[in-house]
Design a protein around this ligand. Structure first.
Ligand code: FAD
Length: 364
């Protein structure tokens, strides 16, 4: 069988997962080419900044829900059997607390499925339950609880690279102004490219030949601390404005506890806002006093402040194939705040399109 030559643009969770799934099928020579690689921290590179956890925000009956469902199967398996991937179940469950006063806020809209007492994923994740009235804290109107995972992105992204390398994927630094450059520049060792997979995240809004202006930034500011917690907590909103959020999760294998956050649409500011950082920390110790054993934010031991931009696309993640000039392109970008929790489902859908575009007939 003649090998097909493929360039994946992007080494975030979308590009790496897509390259990994494609590399498991014989017959492809794959190069991942990107401006940023795991180990880099940059405002144009969302993946290192994510919490990251599994908290589906996709709506029942949509493709997105199916992508999330497929991804849980893999995360569950990795958390059970592959500690070196940097994914773990937290000791206690993930709790989503809903305040009716948040109805209509940016976070509550984003969380609408999560705030339902009967979301589609209740039969997918383990130990799903709705909390009784007696269990709700002050100001909380309802809450759900389930087993989730938290991913230490500083371990998981390099782990994805190592899995790709095992399957003979090669990696190259490159910056493309136009998507066609992935085939015209000297990127692939064969000198010929059959197909390009576009996993450029937010920068799909600027890449020539794509320039998808429906992809916008939703700025997320976080604080990573050494303090430990056993429970993952998320609130439907805050009293500090529509664009702020409150969540706490502990990364696997000494990755620290991530506290957030914000969801500031259209804001590209790369530097942490110190006032927002104080609000984030105050909310976290209020919602989760065990973080500081009842003390104030001065008892938080900060490792780092950070800012990442979620690549939010109006119509949701774009998984499509198209011809750009004579070049086959498969898109997988625009996952917003769900790039990890949808990663295997999206990558699987993208791989099917690659095979369809290149008319590979064998069964998956
Ligand atoms: P990116 O990670 O941004 O990668 C894009 C890649 O494309 C990079 O390698 C970049 O260098 C490359 N690239 C772009 N343009 C070019 C070009 N022209 N030439 C060459 N290379 C190019 N998701 C979850 O599922 N769970 C969470 O808990 C979660 N929490 C989050 C918290 C925060 C604070 C943030 C910011 C995000 C969070 N997310 C979460 C969302 C998740 O991080 C993103 O959806 C995901 O990282 C997007 O991955 P990506 O691979 O599409 O894009």
């Amino acid at each position: 069988m003649t090998e097909k030559n493929v360039v994946v643009i992007g080494a975030g969770v979308a590009g790496l997962t897509t390259a990994l799934l494609l590399s498991r099928i014989p017959g492809y020579r794959i190069v991942v080419a990107a401006k940023h690689m795991p180990g880099d921290y940059d405002i144009e590179y969302a993946s290192p900044w994510a919490g990251a956890n599994y908290m589906p925000v996709s709506l029942r009956g949509t493709d997105a829900a199916e992508w999330d469902r497929k991804t849980w199967e893999v995360f569950n398996e990795l958390a059970l059997n592959c500690p070196e991937s940097g994914i773990h179940f937290q000791d206690e469950d993930c709790e989503i607390r809903n305040r009716s006063k948040d109805v209509g806020s940016a976070t509550a809209d984003w969380f609408s499925e999560l705030l339902s007492s009967s979301p589609w994923f209740k039969d997918v994740v383990p130990s799903f339950r709705t909390l009784s009235k007696e269990e709700l804290g002050p100001g909380i109107d309802s809450a759900i609880n389930f087993t989730s995972v938290c991913i230490n992105t500083a371990l998981y992204l390099p782990w994805l690279v190592s899995k790709c390398l095992e399957n003979k994927v090669t990696f190259k630094r490159a910056i493309f102004r136009h998507i066609s450059e992935a085939s015209s520049l000297n990127i692939h060792p064969s000198g010929h490219v059959d197909l390009v997979i576009n996993c450029t995240g937010l920068m799909a809004s600027k890449l020539g030949g794509v320039e998808d202006k429906t992809v916008v930034a939703a700025r997320g500011q976080i604080v990573i601390v050494r303090n430990e917690v056993e429970k993952m907590v998320n609130l439907s909103g805050t009293d500090d404005g529509d664009e702020e959020a409150c969540y706490i999760m502990a990364r696997a294998a000494g990755g620290g506890t991530v506290i957030g956050g914000s969801y500031q649409k259209g804001n590209w500011e790369s530097q942490p806002d110190p006032n927002l950082a104080v609000r984030i920390m105050k909310r976290a110790v209020q919602v989760c006093p065990e973080l500081t054993r009842g003390m104030g934010i001065e008892a938080l031991d900060v490792i780092r402040h950070g800012v990442g931009l979620r690549p939010v696309r109006e119509e949701g993640t774009r998984i499509e194939k198209e011809k750009v000039g004579n070049l086959w392109v498969v898109h997988n970008y625009g996952a917003g705040g769900a790039g990890y929790q949808s990663s295997y489902g999206c990558a699987d859908a993208a791989v099917r399109l690659v095979r369809a575009a290149l008319e590979v007939k064998t069964k998956l």
